[in-house]
Design a protein around this ligand. Structure first.
Ligand SMILES: Nc1ncnc2c1ncn2[C@@H]1O[C@H](COP(=O)(O)OP(=O)(O)OP(=O)(O)O)[C@@H](O)[C@H]1O
Ligand SMILES: O=C(O)[C@@H]1CCC(=O)N(CCc2ccc(Cl)cc2)[C@H]1c1ccccc1Cl
Length: 302
């Protein structure tokens, strides 16, 4: 029996990587482009300062992200993969797939809006990604164009699982943590679903609400619920106060209206198992071959 390949089993440290430029900053993190010294493979390494996490009481957020990334594993290509984690006295390190082509948000803003063909393709990739999350019993809870990146082949890579929920995970029942959880706001105002605002149970249908917001934004370049303050945005969400521009594609409008429904269980797909059959069968996805989406379309193809 040959000895195990040292590189496969040895715990990594920061000495195994050459750290390059900063490719992003989070509230608690700095993300670097890095190269494995042994293989020259490129990774994104998310580095978190322990002092900052402790001061902001975000330890649970960090351990949750690691746990969710481990549950997701590597069998769905639409999620960033966690290769290694390690730590030193002051920092935690997450070695992740490097999403070479930036954020969906940047692409939408650069183009102003996507073509219908391009929107259908990326909406289909998002549907396949959400089917996998449902299969794994995970709710992302902060799905938005900033958290959808592109890999080197322009396929989506979803990141940022610190706010995610693991369904069926028994929550500590003590009063303190119940109170903390009740008032710990989750997500980003413009994409948050009504049930999260009403402090009701968030389920996979919460991610379907966000999907509706993202499809609207890909086609218009704007978020459906926008306003000068979070409070006013929340008001609009709870009153379903949004509108479609003149001449908006009717089939796309019908699909979005079926996701942006206040009652989570009434959203298109909410009562499906996996796959999201009623979403896949919607007219909007008529040209999609769900078994092979083919190569991504050229963005600027109008
Ligand atoms: N795997 C990756 N490949 C390329 N860029 C990445 C990757 N992960 C994160 N980034 C970039 O780094 C930035 C920070 O990401 P990170 O997930 O650490 O913080 P965040 O969770 O988005 O911030 P916050 O904690 O405020 O929500 C992101 O905006 C993204 O652009
Ligand atoms: O959850 C884990 O798998 C390990 C378990 C062992 C361990 O010590 N850590 C670090 C725990 C931790 C989390 C936050 C802070 Cl501020 C400090 C330590 C965890 C860890 C190590 C490296 C990178 C991330 C994490 Cl969460």
């Amino acid at each position: 029996m040959p000895p195990p390949n040292d590189e496969l089993v040895r715990k990594r440290t920061s000495a195994d990587f050459v750290f390059g430029k900063v490719i992003g900053e989070g509230s608690f993190s700095t993300v670097y482009l890095a190269k494995d010294v042994h293989t020259s493979r490129e990774f994104a390494i998310k580095v978190l300062e322990k002092r900052h996490i402790i001061r902001e009481k975000k330890t649970e957020y960090v351990t949750r992200e690691k746990k969710v990334l481990q549950i997701l594993g590597s069998s769905c290509k639409y999620f960033v993969h966690l290769y290694y984690t390690f730590q030193d006295t002051d920092r935690l390190y997450f070695v992740l797939t490097y999403a070479k082509n930036g954020e969906l948000l940047q692409q939408i803003n650069k183009d102003g809006a996507f073509s219908l063909e391009c929107t259908k393709y990326y909406a289909a990739e998002l549907v396949l990604a959400l089917e996998y999350l449902k299969l794994k019993g995970i709710v992302h809870r902060d799905l938005k164009p900033e958290n959808v990146l592109f890999d080197e082949n322009w396929h989506i890579l979803i990141i940022d699982f610190g706010s995610a929920k693991i369904l069926g995970e028994d929550k500590s029942s003590d009063e303190e943590s119940q109170k903390r959880r009740k008032y710990s706001f989750v997500g980003t105002a413009q994409y948050v679903s009504p049930e999260i605002l009403n402090d009701d149970e968030s389920t996979c249908a919460s991610d379907l609400w966000a999907l509706g917001c993202i499809i609207y934004q890909m086609l218009t370049g704007q978020m459906p619920f926008r306003g000068p303050s979070e409070y006013l945005i929340f008001q609009k969400i709870l009153k379903l106060d949004y509108e479609f521009p003149q001449g908006f594609d009717k089939v796309a409008k019908d699909l979005i209206e079926k996701f942006l429904v206040i009652a989570p269980s009434s959203r298109l797909g909410a009562t499906d198992q996996v796959p999201y059959k009623s979403i896949r069968e919607h007219e909007f996805f008529r040209e999609i071959n769900w078994d092979d989406l083919g190569p991504p379309p050229n963005f600027s193809a109008k």
